[in-house]
Design a protein around this ligand. Sequence first.
Ligand SMILES: [Zn+2]
Length: 421
Amino acid sequence: MHLPPRFFNKERICHTMIKGSFKWMKSLNRMIILNKIRTEGPISRASIAKQTKLTPPTVSKLVSELITSGLVLESEQGESVGGRKPTMLVIDNTRFHIIGLDVGTKMVRAVLVDLSGFMIDKIESPIPLSISKDSLVKLIERTISKLLHLHKDKEMIGIGIGMHGVVDVTSGISLYAPGLNLRDIPLKEALEKKFELLVKVDNDVRAMAFGEYWFSNGKKNDNMVIVNIGRGVGAGIVLNGKLFHGEHDLAGEIGHMTIDLHGRRCSCGNYGCWETLISGPAIGKEAQQRIEEGRETILKDMVAENGEKLDGEFVYKAAMAGDKVAQDILGKTGEYIGFGLTNLIHILNPTKIILGGGVAHAEPFILPKIKETIAVKALTKQAKETEILCSKQGVFATAIGAAALVLGEIFEGDFPVGEES
Ligand SMILES: [Zn+2]
């Protein structure tokens, strides 16, 4: 690794450093410059000094350090405003690499990306049924080792994990992974020990949200929400460019806000949660009910042929084939999604909401209804026009987002960079 040890040596990631201290200020200035280059590069030293109000000698010194670290590169010459053309600075996206993992209920998906989020490689490891904590950690380790082995020539700076369920972000412990029925898995500790790299762990939907924010360079979207609608429903919230976790890492559990007081019972024990109306299984139940009511639909034949329980995907396929009942179910789902998103808009007033997960694939059938509902229900003209879109990232969105967690740590400096002499 060519980075000075102060950058990534985990021994020095000390969260107790006092923010007002001189050492912190020096590190903070470097973070400010690094982020200026990230969000506005190519940019000259003079522009950085002007925009950050740091003195030109300070900028010069810190830029030299960043160039030595390998994170920043001098690129083409900029436009001259009389005199010598300034040298422009950019982030060197290709030098360092990160491994991102999505630990779901059936599969561990892993990617190797560069600093721009470009996916260089990807692998999947199926999770066997009823796995123990130790075996899961071993499986994750093997998956990472495989990628490291395939890319021995690349410089790694960290590993990000998007873990389903409840995660203690500070300690990197998976507190509860309901899909695997496991508790208290010390992922960060185990993986840092094994690989001697910086490891960040967060909930999977938050990881996905942060990836959408970071790699789409969410400068204009500092307040955005990703709502993942699949088997369950959850949200990742980015406020002022940072993931919002809440007091006990519970923020974003919006699948369990009550939408229908007299609705179906939810897995959480309450009635009429948003999840019971819009998740993949909820769409399946709705379809089942229409069949029982004797409605004319090809869904009936699909069940007969496949012998499986209906889920959102069946309904989507039927809708694509022109089935009116299926299209109607998805339209209704869009309306319910619109109700929930209107609540979200009124609470957070985000710049943008992105929908991810399997249900978002039904975009042509749900998105018009979602927008229509918000246009009717939201309070102000701006609220009615909140940008809503469906994620274009594929099944590796969470893994890529997990890699972004590492970048957030390095670039955004909740990460005091150790002592400087
Ligand atoms: Zn619930």
